[in-house]
Ligand binder design. Sequence first.
Ligand code: PMP
Length: 335
Amino acid sequence: MTIYHSVTDLIGHTPVIQLHKLDTGVCELFLKLENQNPGGSIKDRVALSMITEAEKSGRLKPGGTLIEATAGNTGLGLALIAAQKGYSLILVVPDKMSREKIFHLRALGAQVVLTRSDVGKGHPAYYQDYALRLSKSIPDALYIDQFNNDANPLAHASTTAPELFDQLGGQVDAVVVGVGSGGTLGGLQAWFRQHSPATEFVLADPAGSILADRVETGRYGNPGAWLVEGIGEDFIPPLAHIEQVRTAFRIGDGEAFATARELLKVEGILAGSSTGTLLAAALRYCRAQTTPKRVVTFACDSGNKYLSKMFNDDWMRQQGLLSRPAVGDLSDFIA
Ligand code: PMP
């Protein structure tokens, strides 16, 4: 067994499990367990890549300050690595984010600056504009800007893609992905275009996001709201080639949460809400095939932070996503 010397060495090289208990039709379905990264998500890879590239380019000096606008998994990954490498990290976070996320970031040593959630792009309090302004006011501070940072897709082109291709013995017919920043899709597309151009990319999109509309009609509909976290957008992220994707599935919150809960019950894997969306889309894709295919998707983050949300029957009922029986023993339904 290998002895590791830094938590950053534990990033990547995640295992792949074949799902045998769910109905995958004529296909073999594999899940790459990105929830096993030390910060709990696929974004650890990206955080490491963006910091390493900034070091290499000389834009980040020893002891320097990093700034990003996020309370999500990117923030957790950045906080983990910044602490290990001795950088200061300031995260500008909209004030609707859960206390748990903010406490977690602070516990990792990040400085959290809260700003308004109720304003849009162009407003001075909008979290991304605020982060950019802050980075200009602090000498030598670096704005990470994952939505426009090439080191984001690079993390997936240089690690995620070759790992999974190797793990699947060089035969991958379809990859099912969700899009937040577009780094995962963009990076995988770049690698597969060179090494396995026949591999198909399938988009798993939350109902309400405009990305599936773009795939199906070439136009954008009006964005709606969804509860799944980390994927779906109301704009087209520049890092991914959405226009090259031919197949998309729109997955509602109810189906995504039910699928993530099923994954835990049936296969024993505790993963987050976006995994529910990806897996639901992968299962729909698999069941629609008439010839056997090898299909892979991701457990993007761990399920721990959703225990009081999608894994909680009471919360699910409040969202109208789970009904309580009208008669009989109701004790199972008391939170
Ligand atoms: N799932 C989760 C839980 C995430 O936090 C993210 C990142 N926003 C994604 C999926 C999507 O990844 P990407 O940013 O590479 O599109």
